[in-house]
Design a binder for this molecule. Structure first.
Ligand code: VGL
Ligand code: ZN
Length: 212
């Protein structure tokens, strides 16, 4: 396979590399912090770099405690099923801050998501009601982006939903697998790869990129 050299119409979307998803965090993804050096290397290759930041209100609808339930149960909300999580990424908290090792000085946009108290947002494009846009598709289009590469946390939730919504918005999409880590709840990782594949999301590794 020919090596990928990102050009002017390629963007890197770095999903939720935040303290709460790394070791010691409120919703630690196994090995989450291991993506940091890989993501830092990738970011240096791209002309357009976007960070996303999970950013919830206190008492957010996605928090188990809000409903008096246990984390990792699923409930039905008006917009569909919702997995309940430990309180995490509360806006302005240290858990919501980017991992201290993340070094992406060229990043140009931070998309915060999940800030409506009653709607979650795994996707960086559209909130979990499948209706409320974040504005990211318009931003990328105005900047002439045609293809996005998605990396970060977690593969089976925010990375997958962002990748799939990127396809639905008309972008070519590649997920860089070794720059991601998964939560893997009840087979969610295998399901996510299947659903991403069905939508035409390509699965690649860092090795697919030509060395600068
Ligand atoms: C995420 C669960 C809850 C993620 C965010 O970044 O994948 N997962 N909030
Ligand atoms: Zn969240």
């Amino acid at each position: 396979m020919t090596q990928i050299r990102p050009g002017a119409d390629d963007a890197l979307i770095i999903v939720d590399v935040q303290n709460d998803f790394c070791a010691g965090g409120a919703l630690a993804v196994p090995g989450g912090e291991a993506v940091v050096p890989v993501v830092n290397r990738l970011a240096a290759l791209f002309p357009v770099v976007v960070l996303t930041q999970d950013w919830h209100t206190p008492g957010h609808v996605s928090f188990a405690a809000t409903h008096g339930r246990q984390p990792f149960e699923t409930i039905d909300l008006p917009y569909g099923p919702q997995v309940l999580w430990p309180d995490h990424c509360v806006m302005g908290s240290s858990g919501a801050a980017f991992h201290a090792g993340l070094s992406v000085p060229t990043a140009q946009l931070v998309v915060r998501k999940g800030y409506h108290a009653d709607i979650d947002s795994y996707s960086a494009f559209v909130e979990a009601d499948h209706a409320t846009p974040t504005g990211l598709a318009g931003y990328l289009r105005e900047r002439g982006v045609a293809r996005i590469f998605v990396c970060g946390l977690a593969t089976d939730f925010c990375v997958a939903w962002t990748a799939m919504d990127g396809r639905k918005a008309g972008f070519k999409v590649c997920v860089v697998e070794d720059a991601c880590r998964a939560i893997d709840l009840d087979g969610s990782l295998a399901r996510a790869w299947k659903e991403m594949g069905d939508l035409g999301v390509a699965r690649i590794g860092e090795a697919a990129f030509a060395r600068a």
